[in-house]
Design a protein around this ligand. Structure first.
Ligand code: AMP
Ligand code: MG
Length: 320
């Protein structure tokens, strides 16, 4: 049963406790209701994808109660500092390089070296984030393919019983998602238009690249250059050769060499939570040992298995 919590001190304390325990809590922000999970807990983040029924792992935004906390997990540049002063708290998300000590689980950033961070302009959301005292990963609190919710009732319509609690802070003020700006490269790039206008951003930091100047409009999905291992990946491998590393799924794999087990008990949430760390580790170990590639055991094409297979297929695809 989903708990409907009022946004008073007790409700916020309860929501924070659930999040710290690894449960999912939906909470209102000034943009839309988010489906929050402890971003430092890979299993909680995998559960977000499962609850949404998302067929792909796309990178999620990590939410913080203030700029100082947000900039503990990423490395800000001068533009990021200016934008934070101007627009945070507010509906602006910045994509920046992860720090070496970044606490956010790899699955929250879909395996990328960059991380999207935001400080929302909403009293209850900020109180919740401060009480959790950990980054909270939160996409919109709707099933995949449905519209973003702007009331607690919308969230319950779509996600009842898939979320431990909804913190009801009334209707959202902005109703559109945050603007996503990639600041990890040489020049800022607008990845998604949203609550903070391009004009306002340009007034603060000068002209930015909205994609129109260098060809086709860029959509966020295309922009998030997906993490891919440098070793070739072989899909649906029942066994691994001696000179291959094995990405195992299921009990007692017979392989004398390098193995990473996604989930011995074939739990798809556990497997998803370990996928990005596993690919990176096998790639590193395989490279060190001079192995020829990574053999990946089959994963069922159901539930989160779809998103796992989507990522494995991308990792196995020939690269240009
Ligand atoms: P949502 O979680 O639905 O608000 O969507 C988050 C948006 O931020 C998506 O469009 C993502 O593609 C984008 N995003 C999040 N993290 C990154 C990242 N590291 N690099 C590029 N885009 C990102
Ligand atoms: Mg969404």
């Amino acid at each position: 049963m989903t708990e409907l919590l009022p946004a008073d001190p007790e409700g916020i304390a309860r929501a924070a406790e659930l999040l710290r325990d690894g449960a999912l809590v939906s909470f209102g922000t000034e943009t839309v209701y988010g489906l929050g999970g402890d971003a430092t807990n890979a299993a909680a983040v995998a559960a977000i994808f499962a609850a949404k029924g998302r067929p792909k792992f796309n990178p999620l935004i990590s939410h913080y109660p203030d700029t100082i906390k947000a900039f503990e997990d990423v490395t800000p540049n001068a533009i990021a500092h200016s934008l934070a002063r101007e627009f945070w708290p507010g509906p602006l998300t910045m994509v920046l390089p992860r720090t070496a000590e970044c606490r956010v689980a790899m699955i929250a950033g879909a395996g990328l070296d960059t991380l999207a961070v935001r400080v929302p302009a909403h009293r209850d959301a900020l109180a919740l984030l401060a009480a959790v005292n950990r980054p909270v990963a939160a996409p919109s609190a709707n099933r995949s393919g449905q519209v973003s919710p702007t009331t607690a009732a919308h969230v319950l319509d779509g996600l009842r019983d898939r979320v431990a609690a909804v913190l009801d802070s009334g209707p959202c003020a902005v109703g559109v998602e945050s603007t996503v700006l990639d600041l990890s490269g040489a020049r800022p790039i607008l990845l998604r238009p949203g609550g903070v206008t391009l004009e306002a951003i340009e007034a603060a930091i000068g002209p930015i690249d909205d994609g129109a100047t260098d060809g086709a409009m860029r959509s966020p999905g295309q922009m998030a250059s997906h993490y891919a291992p440098s070793l070739p990946v072989r899909l649906n491998a029942e066994t691994a050769a001696d000179d291959e590393a094995l990405l195992a799924f299921g009990p007692a794999p017979r392989h004398a060499g390098t193995i990473f087990q996604l989930s011995e008990v074939m739990d798809l949430i556990e497997a998803a939570s370990r996928l990005f760390d596993g690919l990176r580790w096998l790639d590193m170990e395989g490279g060190r040992l001079g192995l020829r590639g990574i053999a990946a055991k089959p994963v069922p094409e159901t539930g989160l298995g779809r998103a796992i297979n989507d990522r494995l297929r991308r990792a196995a695809a020939p690269r240009g």
